[in-house]
Design a protein around this ligand. Structure first.
Ligand code: PMP
Length: 394
């Protein structure tokens, strides 16, 4: 029985970009001591106090069907967090609770795009972006950002591509690059969206991981609240990746329609998880800073190790849990480098090619293991790159 072209076309003939990760996992299962710097997941687990709130809520009976758009108290808490961060008036009518940021990305594109519409995204990109866009039946179009521009989006290229497109998906702080878009970049992108009548889908799941300055949400820029759908999540800010709790912030009319989509797709998020998320949000920004602290610390400690290095050049990282390293001087692709690093040093990093074309010849390091092992792995990676440029390619 033939499956739909849409579902068969999600990956568009490519793979899912996780080959090195799967190989590292297989080596680990075979008993090899692999240092894994691949996946964007904390080395701590969800805080026991949040789990207790989850347990108490479940034992208290919050196990039935819930209000599909989210419990009023959680929607209020998310609205307050956003309003506090951005000063944009936000109420529960602007908030839809979703099963994680990924579901929010999908739903946001469903809201913005019709079948066959062009949806733009910036390359390098989080692995799921093109597949998410194709899942809603839209055409995924990548706009390259260049390594030499510190992976800030190229505004002229975005403007050219925007003609006739429906939406633009951006992500700052950025996965995979660790780059934060400058205020000028965000203002320029907002201008394009206003001029070309585009929806801006702003993935801000790393908004609590900003190493200097404050996070700027483009929804706060003039004329943007009415055309911006912000994707948020408890995964990164509260180490709750497995709880699957995210949201979309948008104009109330969009949120009302998105609630209808939820009714017809996932039927909302479990009440006890929403109660745990509410408890977690009520711990305030100090709690979020505590969850982010190890990544800031590791980034601060690793940055000087790259100073003066030619074979492995660090793209200055200002946020999120990743370092992006340019290894083009070794003459290898990111994938070849990652596979050889895995074979020779038993260190697993993600090839830049997993995140599109623009990060070819780079590798992404997730700062998600304890400090000593992490810094040791970074030193060995730099040394390995130096060995390759020294001509010793054995
Ligand atoms: N956006 C980005 C940029 C991400 O890195 C991730 C997860 N790694 C997500 C969205 C999805 O996160 P979740 O579904 O866990 O909220």
């Amino acid at each position: 029985m033939e499956l739909s072209t849409r579902i068969r076309g999600i990956l568009d003939g490519g793979d899912d970009g996780w080959g090195v990760y799967y190989k590292a996992r297989a080596m680990k299962a075979a008993g090899v001591d692999v240092t894994e710097l691949t996946i964007g997941e904390h080395d701590i687990r969800t805080d026991p106090s949040i789990l207790k709130a989850m347990y108490d809520a479940a034992m208290g009976g919050h196990t039935g069907y819930v209000d599909v758009p989210g419990t009023p108290s959680l929607r209020d808490a998310v609205a307050q967090r956003v309003e506090h961060q951005t000063h944009v008036p936000t109420t529960r009518r602007n908030v839809l609770i979703t099963p994680g940021g990924q579901a929010a990305l999908f739903a946001a594109h469903m809201a913005a795009c019709d079948d066959g519409d062009t949806a733009l995204f910036i390359d390098p990109h989080y692995t799921t972006y093109p597949g998410t866009i194709r899942s809603v039946g839209a055409k995924a179009m990548a706009i390259p950002a260049r390594s030499r521009d510190g992976f800030q989006p190229d505004l002229d290229a975005v403007r050219r591509a925007a003609k006739g497109a429906k939406s633009l998906l951006i992500n700052t702080p950025n996965n995979p690059t660790g780059v934060i878009y400058t205020d000028d970049t965000l203002q320029g992108l907002a201008q394009v969206c206003r001029d070309e009548d585009l929806w801006l889908i702003s993935d801000e799941v790393y908004d609590s991981q900003v190493w200097h300055g404050a996070h700027l949400s483009p929804r706060a820029l003039p004329g943007m609240a009415e055309r911006t759908l912000v994707v948020g999540s408890m995964s990164k800010s509260h180490a709750m990746t497995g709880s699957r709790l995210g949201w979309i912030i948008g104009p109330d009319e969009a949120i009302a329609h998105l609630a209808t989509l939820s009714i017809n797709t996932n039927y909302g998020v479990a009440g006890f998880i929403q109660d745990a998320a509410l408890f977690a949000l009520r711990q305030g920004p100090g709690f979020e800073a505590k969850i982010a602290a190890p990544f800031r610390r590791r980034r601060d400690a690793a940055t000087p190790l790259f100073s003066g290095q030619e074979a492995a050049r660090l793209i200055p990282s200002d946020g999120a849990m990743y370092l992006m390293v340019d290894i083009r001087a070794t003459g290898l692709s990111g994938e070849e480098f990652a596979l050889r690093l895995l074979d020779d040093e038993h260190i697993a990093v993600m090839p830049g090619e997993s995140f599109g074309h623009a990060a070819a010849g780079h590798v992404r390091i997730a700062m998600t293991i304890d400090d000593d092992r992490f810094l040791d792995a970074v030193e060995r990676l730099i040394e390995f790159a130096n060995t390759l440029t020294a001509g010793d390619t054995q």
